[in-house]
Design a protein around this ligand. Structure first.
Ligand SMILES: Cc1cc2nc3c(=O)[nH]c(=O)nc-3n(C[C@H](O)[C@H](O)[C@H](O)COP(=O)(O)OP(=O)(O)OC[C@H]3O[C@@H](n4cnc5c(N)ncnc54)[C@H](O)[C@@H]3O)c2cc1C
Length: 398
């Protein structure tokens, strides 16, 4: 990758930088954690960014995006970060859900939902994982039953639903046909989070924050036009969402809180820097973080040529998270109690959880083994068995 901007990119960077300079006084203070406790001020800021064309950079123009490439997305993220300004708050909405709606949605759904989502006027959450179905997402038991009048009734439970307590709408994966193998018979729905029968319960984390929730769905009625994509074709829709998630994670790399310079800065003047062992740890981590950044740039170059990242991108996620865990632990070791109330203490407590989010390390390694290295695949005894005949499926069929 050419690390210098092309003339067009340099001009774009200049425009973005000038806009940020003019508007940075409108931005709320950067939150200490990965998400704000109350996102209202951040959503207003997201709206300001969206009005300036700085949200949904890679979204097609017809859906309100800027119609640009991943490099421009990185330019915007880098410039916001450089100015100490927050970026978008609804990452899952803009990164995963919106693109799924413009890929699979009817024109009425696109018209209704995409604008307010991009501007942060309506918050969204992703209702996929369940207490007994995370890695094994196709094993979900939340059931949606079609009614004679075309509506649906949904019952089940979701968990780890990020920002659900602040969401107006959710994208929900549910089982519509338990009598076919588990990857079939799933359907994606758009659900109003204020509908009767939806209960959201925040889960308190070790940092004291509550970023995610349990969501209980008790005989919730959904209209016929709540279906997103084909009935019983929800697995393909979910895979599209997860592909967009992978893309969004890569493009947001510069926005995440552990670039090499960033993590050296808070410890550079500490007396502990006189210790050769500490300097060695810092040097190792800095090298690791820089090499990860350049690997991410290589992937971005492939993306900007129109390639879609394959399963090998999972290795990047494992390495980035592990380096982030080690970096935040090292800083907390060096800062001591002073780290507790600050950004680094929060990060050190939140980072280990990210080993699970967006695919666990073990699952990503298995996928790379199967699909990149060509190792013998994991045994999948339940692949062709109707879901209702599996132990987990019994309750759904009953
Ligand atoms: C910060 C964060 C935000 C999240 N946000 C959302 C959200 O907004 N919406 C949503 O739907 N979900 C969300 N999740 C949930 C996330 O997708 C799941 O945590 C993830 O899919 C793993 O599922 P699980 O937690 O049920 O773990 P499990 O699948 O129960 O796994 C437990 C352990 O067993 C291992 N394991 C499981 N199966 C295998 C196997 N076949 N081979 C080897 N090892 C295995 C796993 O690697 C893991 O270590 C979020 C999670 C985190 C951490």
């Amino acid at each position: 990758m050419d690390l210098k901007d092309t003339p067009d990119q340099a001009a774009y960077r200049q425009r973005v930088r000038a806009w940020i300079e003019e508007h940075r006084h409108e931005a709320p203070e950067l939150s200490s954690g990965l998400h704000a406790a109350d996102p209202t001020a951040f959503r207003t800021w997201q709206g300001t960014l969206a009005d300036a064309g700085l949200v949904g950079i890679t979204w097609p123009k017809e859906f309100g995006g800027a119609g640009l490439g991943p490099i421009e997305q990185v330019i915007v993220s880098t410039e916001l970060r450089r100015a100490g300004c927050p970026g978008i708050v609804d990452h899952i909405a803009v990164g995963n859900i919106g693109p799924t709606i413009f890929t699979y949605g009817s024109s009425a759904q696109q018209e209704r939902y995409l604008g307010p989502l991009l501007h942060g006027d309506e918050g969204w959450c992703q209702l996929f994982s369940e207490p007994a179905a995370g890695s094994d997402l196709a094993g979900i038991t939340t059931r949606a039953v079609a009614q004679d009048d075309g509506t649906w009734r949904v019952t089940g439970q979701k968990v780890w639903t990020t920002m659900a307590q602040f969401a107006d709408y959710g994208m929900l994966l549910a089982r519509t046909d338990p009598d076919v193998p588990k990857h079939r018979g799933l359907t994606m729905f758009l659900i109003d989070m204020r509908a009767a029968g939806v209960t959201v319960r925040p889960l308190r984390q070790i940092s004291g924050a509550a970023h995610f929730n349990e969501v209980f769905l008790d005989d919730v009625e959904l209209p016929a036009d709540a279906v997103l994509g084909p009935v019983d074709g929800g697995w393909g829709v979910a895979m599209t969402t997860l592909m967009f998630e992978r893309l969004a994670l890569l493009a947001a790399f510069e926005e995440l809180g552990w670039s090499a310079e960033d993590f050296v800065e808070p410890v550079a003047d500490l007396p502990a820097m006189g210790d050769a062992h500490v300097r060695q740890r810092i040097a190792e981590l800095t090298t690791e973080l820089l090499s990860l950044r350049y690997s991410a740039y290589r992937t971005l170059t492939a993306l900007s040529r129109g390639d879609v990242p394959g399963p090998e991108a999972g290795l990047g996620k494992i390495a980035i998270i592990n380096a982030g865990v080690q970096a935040s632990e090292l800083i907390v070791d060096l800062l001591g109690p002073a780290a507790i109330d600050g950004r680094w203490g929060d990060l050190a407590m939140e980072m280990p959880g990210l080993r699970s989010g967006g695919g666990t390390e073990e699952i990503l390694r298995t996928t790379v083994g199967d699909r990149v290295l060509g190792l013998p695949p994991e045994p999948r005894v339940d692949k062709d068995v109707p879901f209702s005949e599996l132990t987990t499926g019994k309750a759904v069929a009953a």
